[in-house]
Structures are given as C-alpha cells and as structure tokens.
Design a binder for this molecule. Structure first.
Ligand code: CMP
Length: 140
C-alpha cells in the first residue's frame, strides 16, 4: 500500500473542550503522522468555501455557524492508506452510529458538533490540503 496524505480538521466543539492533544494522539496511535498543523479561526467566507460541496444541503447554514464558532486545528496526515485509516479512526459522521474506540464515539456531541472532519477520497484530500496549506508547510 502506498503512502498517502489526507486532510484532517479538529473542529471548534473539540478545541473548546481542549481535546486537540487527545484527538491527535488517537490519530498517531493509528499510525498516522502529522506532517502539517496549524490553528485557524476560519472566517465565514473560508467556511463557505471549504464546505461549498454542501451549499445546497439544508444543514449548510448551521454547518457554517458551527465551523466559525471558535478555532479549528487543520492538519495533514501521512501514512499507509491514510485516507481510509483516518476515516476509520474518526468513526461515522453521526456519533450515534460511530463504533467503539473511534474519535466521534468518544468525543463528538452531535452530528453537527462531531469533533473532526477528514477527506473522503484522494481528489478531495488534495483539494482540502491545498485549501489550507502551501507546499512548503508540509514537512514529512
Ligand atoms: P464533515 O465530515 O465535516 O462534513 C460535513 C459536515 O456537515 C459533517 O461532518 C457534519 O458535521 C455536518 N452535518 C450537519 N448536519 C448534517 C447532516 N444531517 N448530515 C450530514 N452532515 C451533517
């Protein structure tokens, strides 16, 4: 399996509860390496741009409000099969459906405040990494 990179975001509900370290530890324990990381309080325009794929969804307004309510930590993770591995460690979008031991099972509050975001495919990983990071900020 090739080494991949994926995009990960620790959401405002989690930074508010001081969970950045605990969430990052779970990612690292799964074999993912943090090759870029920064704390960002995103603007409304940045949140709308990042989640543009969801702009017709009924929850879009609430999503933008939630994502601009406090700081996030945006990260690039590297490892074997990193995209799928990150999604496994995160657990299901709705924490009510998340498996034991996953980040969302342990920490998420609700589907809207679900603590983390992770890319779902190689194309979105590349787009989401490029949205927040320049090449020189990725240090493997
Ligand atoms: P995320 O992986 O960041 O991608 C889009 C986000 O929209 C999702 O996690 C949820 O936090 C949020 N969201 C809010 N309501 C819903 C919903 N009904 N279905 C899917 N995602 C939702």
């Amino acid at each position: 399996m090739a080494i991949e990179r994926t995009f990960s975001m620790i959401k405002p509900d989690a930074t508010r509860r001081n969970l950045t370290g605990k969430i990052t530890a779970k990612l690292e324990e799964a074999g993912l390496r943090v090759v870029a990381s920064k704390r960002v309080w995103m603007s409304r325009a940045q949140a709308e741009g990042f989640y543009a794929v969801h702009k017709e969804r009924p929850f879009f307004g609430e999503l933008v409000e939630t994502m601009t309510a406090g700081p996030t930590v945006v990260q690039v993770l590297e490892g074997e099969n990193a995209i799928l591995k990150n999604r496994e460690v995160m657990g299901a979008t709705n924490p009510a459906n998340a498996a034991e031991g996953t980040i969302r099972k342990e920490f998420a509050v609700s589907i809207g405040e679900n603590s983390v975001h992770g890319s779902d495919a190689p194309e979105t990983a590349a787009q989401e990494i490029a949205y927040w990071f320049s090449g020189v900020e990725l240090v493997g």
